[in-house]
Design a protein. Structure first.
Ligand SMILES: Nc1nc2c(ncn2[C@@H]2O[C@H](COP(=O)(O)OP(=O)(O)O)[C@@H](OP(=O)(O)OP(=O)(O)O)[C@H]2O)c(=O)[nH]1
Ligand SMILES: [Mn+2]
Length: 186
């Protein structure tokens, strides 16, 4: 490495490679909000929660956060992720990817039962993912959702989060506030 390349230079390069990969993969996607926010705002927002709030600086966790919805929501394959970013990142993305071939109620149920068995790194990504989505719901109701569907999403998220506890006090505290506002006790 050249003398003028900082020690963390290669980490920065890896993070930007992931952000760029995710931006290209999600380029045609929009969030379900009325503003039609670009989808990439979500994975970047998840990674931002991890560094700013949870103080997580593990490279593979931040990479997985940026890539976490690429396989679930675009044509990206796990093979592609492994070739580009290695086995560990691919494994983390796999842990946070729902099987979209399953019926929705089963996917949602599997998140609740599988949460306690996830690795610590995957739990971090899952907590940040839920926190970002719940904040989005408080900011704007997605197109086609009513108050009841929003409340049910909060109730389901609280059950998933119950299985992720003991992972990040900062994120769990923020999530608890949101559940309290919704009068959810679990
Ligand atoms: N709150 C919110 N969510 C939006 C918006 N646009 C897209 N989403 C995505 O919608 C998903 C939640 O909606 P659902 O109807 O419950 O699930 P589904 O899309 O998987 O069928 C989340 O997927 P996910 O990230 O894979 O997480 P998860 O819900 O599967 O944990 C979230 O990222 C938006 O404007 N607001
Ligand atoms: Mn997500």
């Amino acid at each position: 490495m050249a003398d003028n390349v900082p020690v963390f230079g290669n980490h920065i390069q890896e993070i930007i490679r992931c952000a760029n990969f995710a931006a290209i993969k999600h380029k045609h996607q929009r969030r379900k909000d009325t503003d039609q926010t670009p989808y990439i705002n979500h994975p970047i927002g998840v990674a931002f929660i991890l560094t700013e709030e949870a103080k997580v600086y593990d490279l593979s966790v931040i990479q997985a956060a940026l890539l976490h919805d690429t396989v679930e929501d675009t044509d990206t394959t796990f093979k592609e992720i492994e070739e580009q970013f290695g086995k560990e990142v691919m494994g983390l993305v796999k842990e946070v990817t729902d099987d979209k071939t399953l019926p929705k109620h089963q996917r949602k149920y599997l998140q609740i039962v599988n949460a306690p068995h996830a690795t610590n790194k995957a739990k971090l990504v899952k907590l940040a993912d839920k926190l970002h989505n719940l904040r989005d719901l408080n900011r704007q109701t997605p197109n086609g959702w009513n108050d009841r569907r929003v409340q049910e999403y909060f109730e389901w998220a609280a059950r998933v989060v119950a299985g992720l506890r003991g992972t990040s006090s900062a994120m769990e505290k923020e999530l608890d506030e949101l559940f309290k506002e919704r009068k959810i006790t679990i």
